[in-house]
Design a protein around this ligand. Structure first.
Ligand code: GRF
Length: 190
C-alpha cells in the first residue's frame, strides 16, 4: 500500500512543487493533498497545475483539531512541512510521532525559532558575518525548529553575498536534498 503524504505550505510552494514532481512516478509514495493556511498562497496554484487537491484552513481550525480530522479522514500517513509558518499543535504532533518533517533554511540550532523564516533568516546570517549557511531537515515537535535533526547541507557565504544571494544558494540545496531525504525517511517507516 502506498504511503499517503500531505504537504503543508504557506507561501510560494517551490519546495512543494519539487517534492510533488519527485514522487510523480513512485508507486510507493502518493502525494495526496496540499494543505495551506493562506487562501491566496501561490502553492495552491502550483498544486492545481500539478493535479493535487488542496485544502485551505485557518489557524483557528488547526488549533481546534479540524485539520487533524481531515488528515485522518484522508488516511494520511506522513506530513511534510515545506514553507509552513504555523506551529503544529501538540495534538497533531502526538498523532504523527516521527511522521512530520520540516525544512528550515539555516543550520539549526542557529537562526531558528519563532519569527525566523524566509529572508529574515538570510538577513540575520549575513548581518552576523557567517561564512556558511545551509538547510536543516528535522522531525517536527510542538516547538518551532527544534525536533531531532535528520539532515543538514551547507553552502559557503561570501563576504560580498547579499541575503538574496544566500537565499538562492539555500534554495538550491533545498531542491537538491529535500525530496531524497523524505524518500529515505519514508522507506524506513514500518
Ligand atoms: C524555504 O526556504 C524553506 O526552507 C522554508 O520556507 C521556504 C519555502 O519556500 N521553510 P517555498 O514556499 O517552498 O518556495
Amino acid at each position: 500500500m502506498a504511503k499517503q503524504v500531505a504537504i503543508f505550505a504557506s507561501g510560494s510552494g517551490s519546495n512543494a512543487e519539487n517534492i510533488i514532481k519527485h514522487f510523480e512516478n513512485n508507486p510507493d509514495v502518493n502525494i495526496k493533498l496540499v494543505l495551506c493556511n493562506k487562501k491566496d498562497a501561490y502553492v495552491l496554484t502550483r498544486a492545481k497545475n500539478l493535479g493535487i487537491p488542496s485544502i485551505v484552513f485557518s489557524k483557528k481550525e488547526m488549533e481546534e483539531g479540524e485539520v487533524l480530522t481531515i488528515l485522518r479522514k484522508e488516511q494520511i500517513d506522513f506530513i511534510v512541512l515545506a514553507g509552513f509558518l504555523l506551529k503544529v499543535p501538540a495534538e497533531l504532533v502526538a498523532a504523527y510521532p516521527d511522521r512530520i518533517v520540516n525544512i528550515h533554511p539555516a543550520l539549526l540550532p542557529n537562526y531558528g525559532g519563532k519569527g525566523m523564516y524566509g529572508m529574515k533568516v538570510h538577513e540575520a546570517v549575513v548581518a552576523a558575518g557567517e561564512r556558511e549557511s545551509g538547510i536543516t531537515i528535522h522531525y517536527v515537535n510542538e516547538f518551532f525548529d527544534s525536533g531531532t535533526i535528520i539532515f543538514q547541507a551547507r553552502c559557503e557565504v561570501l563576504p560580498t553575498d547579499t541575503p538574496e544571494d544566500v537565499a538562492q544558494k539555500v534554495h538550491k540545496l533545498e531542491y537538491a536534498h529535500f525530496p531524497q531525504v523524505i524518500e529515505s525517511v519514508l522507506n524506513k517507516l514500518a
